[in-house]
Design a protein around this ligand. Structure first.
Ligand SMILES: C[S@@+](CC[C@H](N)C(=O)[O-])C[C@H]1O[C@@H](n2cnc3c(N)ncnc32)[C@H](O)[C@@H]1O
Length: 287
C-alpha cells in the first residue's frame, strides 16, 4: 500500500478572525463566520461599547473625507481601508453605508481614490464590488503593507494612482492600533510626511486606553487570545505622528476624542470613553 493512502484527508482550514472581519461585524457590513462571532462576543463581554466605538470611528471617517473633499483635495489614500461598507451587503446603518470614493466623488467626479489593505480578502472583495458598482469611478485597491511605505509609494507613482503635483489626503483610521511595532509606525509615517506634497492632509484616528484603561486592557487581552495584536496608544503618540504640520482649521494640531473632532458628528456630545480613540487632522504647510 502506498503510504500516501494512509494519510487522513486534509481538514479544511479553521477560519480565524481578523481586524477587518471584526470591523465588518461591528458595522454589520458583511456576512460573518463563527470565529468572528466568538471573538465579537468575548469583546462585548469586556467592552460592551466596542460596536458603538467602531460606528463613531466610521462616521468620523465619512465626515472628514467630506471635509477634505470640500477643501478641494481630489487625491485620496485610504490606508487600512477594510471591507466595503455597502455594495452587495450594506452596512446595518444607512448613514455608514458609504464608501470613501462615493463621498469624495459627490464633490469631484474625477477624484482618484486608492484603497490600501494588507488583507487579501479585503482587496479581492473591493476589486469585485468596485468593478460591479462603479464602472466610471477612479477608485482602485492595492494589496500592501503600510509599514513598507517605500514599496507602496513606488507602486502609487508607477501606476499614476497619485501624483505629487497636487495635495493628497491620507486617511488612516483605526489601522495603526493593529500594527504593534511603534518604531515601524513612527518611521513609516515620517517617511509619508516627507513624501506628501504641500497642502496634503494626514487624518488619524487611533484607539487609546487613556479614557477607560481597565476596559481597554481587557479588550487587548481578548484580542491577544484570538491571535490579534492590538496596541492602543496615548494622545501624545498620535500628536507626534502628525509632526509639525498645522491643524485642518489652522493653528496647532488638535488631537481630541474622535466623536468631538467634527461638530456634525452624531455622538459629539457623548462621553469621551464611548469613542475610546483620538482623532487629529493636519495639513502640510507650503513653506
Ligand atoms: C479595524 S479595520 C479599519 C477599517 C477602516 N479604516 C475603518 O476605519 O473603518 C483595520 C484594517 O487595517 C488593515 N491593516 C492592518 N494592518 C495593516 C498593514 N500593516 N498594512 C495595511 N493594512 C493593514 C486590516 O486588514 C483592516 O482591514
Amino acid at each position: 500500500m502506498n503510504l500516501a493512502d494512509e494519510r487522513p484527508p486534509m481538514a479544511p482550514p479553521v477560519p480565524t478572525t481578523s481586524s477587518s472581519r471584526l470591523s465588518a461585524v461591528w458595522l454589520g457590513s458583511r456576512p460573518t463566520h463563527d470565529a468572528d462571532q466568538d471573538v465579537a462576543r468575548a469583546v462585548r463581554n469586556v467592552f460592551p461599547r466596542q460596536p458603538a466605538a467602531a460606528r463613531i470611528n466610521r462616521e468620523h471617517h465619512l465626515l472628514i473625507t467630506d471635509a477634505l473633499a470640500r477643501r478641494g483635495i481630489t487625491q485620496i489614500l485610504d490606508l487600512g481601508c477594510g471591507y466595503p461598507a455597502n455594495g452587495q451587503h450594506g452596512a446595518a446603518d444607512p448613514l455608514l453605508s458609504q464608501n470613501t470614493h462615493e463621498v469624495v466623488q459627490r464633490h469631484w467626479r474625477a477624484a482618484s481614490v486608492t484603497y490600501v489593505d494588507n488583507d487579501p480578502d479585503v482587496v479581492n472583495t473591493r476589486h469585485t464590488e468596485i468593478a460591479a458598482t462603479a464602472s466610471q469611478t477612479r477608485a482602485r485597491t492595492l494589496l500592501a503593507d503600510i509599514t513598507d511605505l517605500v514599496e507602496l509609494l513606488d507602486q502609487l507613482e508607477r501606476t499614476a494612482a497619485v501624483t505629487r503635483d497636487r495635495p493628497v489626503a491620507v486617511l488612516a483610521h483605526d489601522v495603526y492600533p493593529w500594527i504593534p511595532d511603534d518604531d515601524a509606525v513612527i518611521s513609516s509615517v515620517a517617511y509619508l510626511r516627507g513624501w506628501l506634497p504641500p497642502g496634503s492632509a494626514l487624518s488619524f484616528a487611533h484607539a487609546t486606553a487613556e479614557m477607560t484603561p481597565t476596559w481597554i486592557q481587557r479588550l487587548t487581552g481578548v484580542y491577544a487570545e484570538a491571535g490579534l495584536t492590538f496596541r492602543p496608544r496615548g494622545r501624545r503618540f498620535t500628536t507626534d505622528l502628525l509632526g509639525d504640520w498645522v491643524d485642518l482649521y489652522g493653528g496647532p494640531v488638535r488631537v481630541v476624542p474622535t466623536a468631538r473632532h467634527q461638530p456634525g458628528h452624531h455622538e459629539s456630545k457623548a462621553p469621551d470613553f464611548h469613542a475610546a480613540a483620538y482623532a487629529g487632522v493636519a495639513i502640510k504647510p507650503y513653506t
